[in-house]
Ligand binder design. Structure first.
Ligand SMILES: CC1(C)CO[C@@H](CC(=O)O)CN1
Length: 431
């Protein structure tokens, strides 16, 4: 009989000022998964899994000190869960010294796809580069081979654009201009007009997105001759809220007019087939019901639409705990053959660490966030969703499976001018 306890560290961004405080919904989701896996008799039989959590505030320094506290205080931890990209970068870079796997449920930075720097990192949150093959697929579908890029000068967008440029080169798509700005996009937007940009990929956080949209309105870079690609994980009415507070000198009507018709891409984080039973026995909608219950108990006014940060990513945290439990289960079965168990793990035991790595690396199960599997660099393999803003609300246009190069298209797109906007000025020769 195997008996005992297995312990992992959980680093959640909860109460910080900046960055992503997604631990607010992701910690409750991870705790739901912990209860579920501990209830399963066919998993980790005889062992109970524990998560020891602390708040990183999405600050790398605090995240590092939380990690050291977890590692230097008993009981010994077998693995670390982490959230934000900045914290995950710091924790994953150090964790290899303790032979610890790091599983990130909230890190989107492309820089993390680097086995040299992060040999033990896996993430159930897809990299921001997951949008790029989808963007290329849409450009090919609509015949756009001349595009422009407008980005905020932030690390995540800089590395995403580098990946996009590589995809464009491979696909023979010309980038006529790449404009970037720190916080005021006025000059960058003006330069787009000067370069006659028509199909523009925009990469910025939501506050910068509102500033961009108002400049787009002023420079009339919208309507039947333009196509904008925005990021899809802003809140649905992002373009008409906080205008006063953020000093946007466009009215909600002007913002809506400029936003009409834009496309968005985002990684799917909730399994779309809502009546498909996942490994936990729940469908993704069952999960939503249980998560909402847990969040109400934690004091969030879910029925008043007062969602905590990280709600969108909660399935990624839930599935991360399942991935850990399944990998530990697989590792224990392997270790038993040589009379060992995970209780033999120590921070200097590379052999058992390699077994855990192998087990995570070969993960493949249907979770509430969809199929959970990792690339050789530990990146989440995910589907993307394409939407278009039509009459002030987002319409699902389709989904893209990059691995299978399969675009599911719903034929719902609508263009302001009634036809697909061209990617350049079309000169009509007089007959
Ligand atoms: C989709 C988003 C909001 C991207 O940033 C992630 C946080 C991070 O990468 O630090 C969380 N999920």
């Amino acid at each position: 009989r195997r008996d005992g306890d297995l312990h992992i560290g959980g680093i959640f961004p909860m109460e910080g000022e900046g960055g992503w405080q997604g631990g607010q919904a992701c910690k409750p989701a991870a705790e739901l998964a912990l209860a579920d896996v501990n209830e399963r008799l066919d998993l980790l039989s005889g062992f109970k899994l524990y998560i020891h959590s602390n708040d990183s505030k999405c600050e790398p320094g605090l995240g590092a000190s939380v990690m050291y506290n977890l590692l230097y205080n008993p009981p010994q931890k077998l693995l670390l869960l982490a959230g934000c990209s900045t914290v995950c970068t710091t924790v994953a870079e150090a964790a290899k010294m303790w032979n610890l796997m790091v599983l990130c449920y909230g890190a989107s930075s492309p820089a993390l796809s680097d086995r040299a720097r992060f040999p033990t990192l896996f993430r159930t949150h897809p990299s921001a580069t997951v949008h790029n093959p989808t963007r290329i697929k849409l450009m090919q579908k609509f015949g756009w081979s001349r595009i422009a890029i407008l980005q905020q000068a932030e690390e995540v967008f800089i590395s995403t654009v580098e990946d996009l440029e590589a995809h464009c080169k491979k696909a023979g798509i010309e980038i006529v201009t790449r404009q970037s700005f720190l916080s005021d996009p006025a000059d960058a937007v003006r330069n787009l007009r000067r370069q006659d940009a028509r199909v523009i990929v925009g990469l910025f956080y939501v506050v910068a997105a509102r500033r961009v949209l108002c400049e787009v309105y002023k420079h009339r870079l919208y309507g039947k001759s333009y196509v904008w690609f925005f990021i899809g994980w802003y809140e649905d009415n992002w373009f008409e809220t906080n205008l006063e507070k953020e000093g946007i000198d466009c009215s909600p009507e002007q913002m809506r007019e400029a936003a009409e018709g834009h496309l968005t891409t985002e990684a799917l984080m909730w399994n779309q087939n809502s009546n498909q039973t996942t490994i936990s026995g729940m469908t993704s909608e069952d999960f939503r019901t249980r998560l909402n219950g847990a969040l109400r108990e934690a004091g969030y006014d879910i029925d008043g639409e007062r969602y905590p940060e990280g709600y969108q990513e909660a399935p990624l945290a839930y599935d991360a705990v399942w991935a850990v439990a399944l990998a530990f289960n697989k590792t224990m079965e392997k270790l038993e053959k040589s009379g060992l168990s995970l209780k033999n793990f120590t921070y200097t035991n590379k052999k058992i660490a390699d077994d855990i790595y192998e087990a995570i690396n070969s993960t493949s199960f249907l979770g509430v966030s969809g199929l959970v599997a990792f690339s050789s660099q530990g990146d989440r393999i995910a589907l993307t969703q394409i939407e278009q803003l039509t009459d002030n609300h987002y319409v699902k246009l389709g989904y893209y499976d990059t691995q299978a190069d399969n675009l599911t298209w719903l034929e719902r797109e609508r263009w302001v001018g009634g036809k697909v906007p061209p990617d350049r000025t079309v000169v009509v020769n007089e007959l």
